[in-house]
Design a protein around this ligand. Structure first.
Ligand SMILES: Nc1ncnc2c1ncn2[C@@H]1O[C@H](COP(=O)(O)OP(=O)(O)OP(=O)(O)O)[C@@H](O)[C@H]1O
Ligand SMILES: [Mg+2]
Length: 216
């Protein structure tokens, strides 16, 4: 996909992303300063969501360029997850979702941290969106048999067997305002980490994403 994309466009896409990241950080900080004003906070959360969507669309152009080892540095998966839990906590609070986290120490491994953050934001957003009436979200990380294993479990709407074969397809969405790019991009980034991705789901019960990161 898009292998012949103009280098100028690649650079432009890349350059647009940095201020977007800055914008997210600032919006996050404004959110915290507005404590006690839930209506204003809600607007900020919506703005953050829009920034993320834009980041996702742009990343689609850049994802093809992710190949190990370029952009990969030694890091720990639990720290990457830790960095996105703040925003996850806020979203969960707003949506009456109980957040259960269990982040254990894992080995250092080669990771592209900004890309992996995007992967987990996508998976967690989907989990939150599957629980419009609240529920529980469990996020755990642990070292198991020389792999860092991340699990993200929700008690949401679940995915039927036939839908399960399509969730990573480019453009597949069941949501009226979805782009269907989130999981497609996530899978490419996980593949570049040689991670194994397993999805277990039961309609109306919930979904579990299990991702195993080997040493690369
Ligand atoms: N945790 C989940 N629970 C239920 N359905 C899910 C879950 N994760 C993914 N899905 C299904 O997979 C589809 C594709 O997900 P993906 O993140 O790629 O796109 P989207 O969420 O529809 O759109 P966008 O991410 O652009 O908002 C979703 O529309 C949904 O049907
Ligand atoms: Mg999504």
């Amino acid at each position: 996909m898009k292998k012949d994309i103009n280098p100028f466009i690649m650079e432009l896409v890349h350059e647009i992303r940095s201020p977007l990241t800055g914008l997210s950080v600032m919006l996050d900080s404004i959110h915290d300063r507005l404590s006690g004003r839930p209506d204003e906070q809600e607007l900020i959360v919506k703005a953050l969501y829009e920034v993320e969507r834009l980041e996702n669309l742009l990343s689609e152009y850049l994802t093809d360029t992710i190949t190990y080892p370029s952009g990969f540095f030694a890091g720990k998966i639990e720290n990457i997850i830790g960095d996105i839990l703040l925003i996850t906590e806020k979203r969960c609070e707003k949506n009456s979702i109980r957040l259960i986290k269990d982040l254990r120490d894992t080995e250092m491994r080669m990771v592209n941290a900004p890309k992996l953050k995007q992967v987990f934001i996508n998976i967690i957003n989907n989990a939150i969106e599957s629980m419009p009436d609240g529920g529980a979200l469990t996020v755990s990380v642990a070292e198991e048999e020389s792999a860092a294993v991340v699990t993200v479990t929700d008690t949401g709407s679940g995915i039927s067997e036939s839908e399960l074969t399509k969730i990573f397809d480019h453009g597949y969405t069941s949501k009226p305002d979805g782009t269907g790019i989130g999981l497609h991009t996530a899978k490419k980034i996980l593949d570049a980490h040689r991670a194994e991705t397993l999805v277990k789901s039961e309609k109306n019960k919930g979904t579990e994403f299990i991702i195993r990161f080997p040493q690369i």
